[in-house]
Design a protein around this ligand. Structure first.
Ligand code: SER
Length: 327
């Protein structure tokens, strides 16, 4: 079952925050023509569209998913299509359809067609009531309070079920909040940690939708891409876990992030107007124990708060000076 060579990859949700950068990194590694980007409705960037194959695809449409995979001879699906936590609270059924039906479609296809691998991303949103919020362990109670979390726990269980029951090579990691400067995130509770940089550069002020002391686990995009690609290449035989790896890089509060930004932009001001996303953040861990990922596939992050902040501001300030902050 395991360690077949990854040759032809389909990335669902490739127009999203992680998908857009992951697709380009995968094209770099596996060859541009070997990575098929898919999107549901958002217009892809010229970079994504012109650098390799692109297909319009809704992951809830299993027949089309199968047709696209067959057309391109796909052996590996990276299922980045998802509705995030805040949008999921506004439209729980949509979150279930995209996140669960979409995932089981890819797992079923992997089983039927004997695919090499399926990557099933999970999230810190799987945690909720009853688990330790500091250094949250790999194995703990999973009682999320959001529909997004419910779909991600279900996804982890499905992933492990397909591994154990059908021998499908399915893997996944629990992403923390992801910070990046290429594609804006959408509909997440951790999105403030991206918005704050754009506003700091543009207006030197930001109104945060979470309170000052809300500590959450976060990761810079280069680490997110590395974690994802390292897990995809990990030796299956050495994995004790499959769909649910904790991964960690840094944890901070909005007040701490503002302080770090002020080291570069001293006049930066932050105010706080917590909304419904505060309750979501308060149900999530503050920091994560990722020792299983470190042990089983050698995970190690490169960016901390200071390095991430400096790099984010360098990129965004350059774009702002060129009048292209938002691309
Ligand atoms: N970034 C996600 C969210 O906030 C968490 O995985 O919904």
């Amino acid at each position: 079952m395991s360690n077949k060579k990854i040759q032809k990859i389909l990335v669902t949700g490739s127009v999203g925050q992680i998908g857009s950068e992951l697709t380009m990194a995968l094209r770099e590694k596996y060859g541009a023509e070997n990575v098929v980007a898919c999107g549901r409705k958002t217009k892809p960037s010229p970079e994504l569209l012109e650098s390799g194959p692109f297909e319009w695809l809704d992951v809830t449409d299993k027949e089309k998913l199968a047709r696209v995979c067959e057309k391109h001879g796909v052996d590996t699906i990276v299922n980045m299509a998802a509705i995030l936590s805040a949008t999921g609270e506004k439209n729980p059924q949509l979150a279930w359809n995209v996140n669960v039906t979409g995932l089981i479609n890819t797992l079923e296809l992997a089983r039927e067609a004997g695919l090499t691998q399926v990557l099933c991303p999970s999230s810190i949103a799987v945690f909720g009531k009853g688990c330790p919020r500091v250094d949250t362990p790999q194995e703990t109670v999973l009682k999320p309070s959001t529909m997004y979390g419910v779909t991600k726990v279900t996804g982890e269980l499905l992933c492990d079920y397909y591994v154990g029951r059908f021998g499908v090579d399915a893997r996944g990691l629990r992403y923390p909040g992801i910070i990046s400067h290429k594609t804006l995130p959408g509909g997440g509770t951790t999105d403030y940690a991206v918005e704050i940089f754009y506003k700091a550069v543009e207006e030197k002020r930001y109104t945060c939708f979470l309170g000052p002391d809300t500590r959450l686990p976060m990761m810079y995009m280069p680490d997110c891409i590395k974690a994802t690609m390292d897990l995809m290449e990990a030796d299956f035989e050495k994995l004790e876990h499959h769909g649910d790896f904790n991964i960690s890089a840094m944890s901070f509060t909005p007040a701490e992030l503002a302080e770090e930004i002020r080291k570069h932009i001293p006049e930066f001001e932050i105010t706080y107007e917590p909304d419904f996303r505060q309750a979501i953040a308060d149900s999530w861990p503050q920091s994560i124990d990722d020792s299983a990922a470190r042990k089983e596939w050698g995970w190690k992050p490169s960016y901390d708060l200071a390095a991430m902040t400096a790099d984010m501001l360098e990129h965004l300030q350059k774009r702002h000076a060129e009048g292209k902050l938002y691309g």
